[in-house]
Design a protein around this ligand. Structure first.
Ligand SMILES: Cc1ncc(COP(=O)(O)O)c(C=O)c1O
Length: 430
C-alpha cells in the first residue's frame, strides 16, 4: 500500500527506472535504501538543513547529501563565490590559478599535506592514492578497512563484486578496525608485497589501544604506504581531519565530500616524496580543474582556516546525540538503538528485538521519521545549519517516534504497523 503523501515520488520512480537503472546515480540515494511507498524518493530543492521532496513535503535533513554538505545547502557565502566565478568561467583550456590557491589552503589545514592533486569523486582520490602507492613501492597488495568507493581495486573485496576480475579482487585484503592482529596477518601472508594500508581513521568506533599509531608504525617498518581515507572525516572531525584529532600522520590522505560543501571536488594529498611520483603515473581528468567546485572549496576552506565550521558541527552533533539519547532512555529503547561514532557523524545501530528484527525496526523508524518530516538514513550527518532550535525540534519529534516504536515493540505490533515490506539486507561496508 502506497502512502498518498509520497505519490509523486512513487510514480516518478517508475518513470525514472524506464531510463535510469535503479532510478538513481548513487546507490545510497536509491530505492535500495528507501522503502518504496513510505519514503520520499526524489527531492525538489534544499536550503539550510531542510529538504523538500517532489510531493512538496518538507524535512529536516540529517543525511546532508551523504555528508557532502557541512555548511547547509545553498550556503550564502559559497553561493556568492560561485556566482563570482561564473563571470570568469567554469573551466579553461589551461589550468587556472585557483587550483594553487585551494591547494595552498589544504596544505595549511591538513597536517600531512605537502602536495595536492584534485579529482571529482572520493573514488577518484582513493584510486589515485592506490595507484601511487603501488607505483612508489613496486608492490601489489592493498589492505583495506571501511568504504573506499566504486572502483575495481576496492569494490572487488566486498560482496557486491560482480564484474570485477578475480585477479584484481585477489590483491585486496580486508582487515578489521581496532584489530591490529588482522593487519599483521596481511603483512605476514604477503611478505614484501603490501603496497598500502588504506583505512577510514574512524567510522563506527573510536580508535582503541593506539590502533592508528600501531598501524602507522607497522607501515613504516614494512615500507608500505599508509593512506587515511578522510573522504568523510576530513573537514568534519577537525579542520585538519581525523589525523589532526588523533595526532597520527599518514603518508597519503584522500579528501572529498565536505571539501566544497556539495560541489564535486576530491583530493589526494600527502608527502612530497610520494606525491612527486604523480608526475610518472597517470591520474588525469578533463574536469579535474573545474572552477566552480574550486571556488566553492576556496570559500569553505577559508571558513575552516578561521575555525568557523568545526566547533559548530560539534555543538550540533553533541546536542543532537543528547536529545536522541534522552528520547531513547525515556522510552526504554537503549537496547534497540545504539548510537556510535563521532558526534559530527554519528551512526544509528539497530539491534534485533524479541518481537521484530533490526531491519524491521529500522524500516518502521524511517517510516515514522519521514511522516514527522525528518530525513534520516543510517547516521546523523550534521551541518552548521542544524541550529539549536532545529535540534530541539528533532528531539521533540524523536520523543514521539520512539514512544510509538516502544509501544509497537511492547505490544508485538510493529510488523503490523509497517506499511510496506521491510528493508532487505544490503552489502555492508562498515
Ligand atoms: C570513506 C569514503 N571513501 C570513499 C568514498 C567514495 O566517494 P565517492 O562516492 O565520492 O566516489 C566514500 C563515499 O561515501 C566514503 O565515504
Amino acid at each position: 500500500m502506497n502512502n498518498p503523501r509520497y505519490e509523486e515520488s512513487t510514480n516518478f520512480l517508475k518513470l525514472a527506472e524506464k531510463l535510469i537503472p535503479l532510478g538513481s546515480q548513487t546507490f545510497s540515494k536509491s530505492r535500495t535504501q528507501y522503502p518504496v511507498g513510505i519514503s520520499p524518493l526524489y527531492v525538489d530543492r534544499a536550503k539550510g538543513c531542510c529538504t523538500w521532496d517532489i510531493d512538496g513535503n518538507k524535512y529536516i535533513d540529517l543525511v546532508s547529501s551523504l555528508a557532502s554538505i557541512t555548511l547547509g545547502y545553498q550556503n550564502r557565502q559559497v553561493n556568492r563565490a560561485i556566482r563570482k566565478q561564473l563571470k570568469t568561467g567554469t573551466i579553461f583550456s589551461l589550468p587556472g590559478k585557483l587550483e594553487f590557491e585551494v591547494a595552498e589552503k589544504i596544505v595549511n589545514l591538513v597536517p600531512s599535506a605537502e602536495q595536492v592533486r584534485f579529482g571529482k569523486n572520493g573514488t577518484d582520490a582513493t584510486s589515485a592514492a592506490i595507484r601511487l602507492a603501488r607505483a612508489v613501492t613496486g608492490r601489489q597488495v592493498i589492505a583495506v578497512c571501511g568504504y573506499h568507493g566504486w572502483q575495481d581495486w576496492y569494490i572487488g573485496s566486498t560482496s557486491r563484486n560482480k564484474g570485477v576480475p578475480g585477479v584484481v579482487s585477489d590483491l585486496t585484503k580486508s582487515f578489521g578496525f581496532n584489530n591490529l592482529e588482522s593487519v599483521k596477518e596481511i603483512f605476514e601472508q604477503n611478505p614484501g608485497n603490501v603496497a598500502a594500508v588504506i583505512l577510514e581513521p574512524m567510522n563506527l568506533s573510536w580508535p582503541e589501544a593506539n590502533f592508528l599509531e600501531e598501524v602507522r608504525a607497522l607501515c613504516t617498518k614494512q615500507g608500505s604506504v599508509l593512506i587515511f581515507d578522510e573522504t568523510i572525516t576530513g573537514f568534519r572531525f577537525s579542520k585538519g581531519g581525523a589525523q589532526e584529532l588523533f595526532g597520527v600522520l599518514p603518508d597519503l590522505t584522500t579528501l572529498g565530500k565536505g571539501i566544497a560543501n556539495g560541489f564535486p571536488l576530491s583530493a589526494v594529498v600527502g608527502k612530497r616524496e610520494i606525491m612527486t611520483e604523480m608526475n610518472e603515473i597517470f591520474f588525469s581528468g578533463t574536469f579535474g580543474g573545474e572552477l566552480l567546485s574550486l571556488a566553492a572549496a576556496n570559500e569553505v576552506l577559508a571558513q575552516h582556516l578561521e575555525n568557523k565550521v568545526v566547533p559548530k558541527l560539534y555543538e550540533a552533533g553533541e546536542s543532537l546525540s543528547n536529545v536522541t539519547q534522552e528520547a531513547l532512555e525515556n522510552n526504554h529503547l537503549s537496547e534497540v538503538l545504539e548510537l556510535s561514532g563521532h558526534p559530527t557523524w554519528r551512526f544509528l545501530n539497530w539491534k534485533d528485538h524479541e518481537s521484530a528484527s533490526a531491519l524491521e525496526i529500522k524500516t518502521y523508524f524511517m517510516q515514522e521519521c519521514f511522516k514527522e518530516g525528518i530525513l534520516v538514513l543510517g547516521a546523523h550527518n550534521v551541518t552548521t545549519a542544524h541550529s539549536r532550535n532545529i535540534i530541539e525540534r528533532i528531539g521533540h519529534k524523536y520523543s514521539q517516534i520512539f514512544f510509538r516504536l516502544s509501544q509497537s515493540l511492547e505490544n508485538n505490533a510493529l510488523k503490523s504497523r509497517l506499511e510496506v515490506a521491510p528493508l532487505q539486507p544490503l552489502f555492508k561496508v562498515r
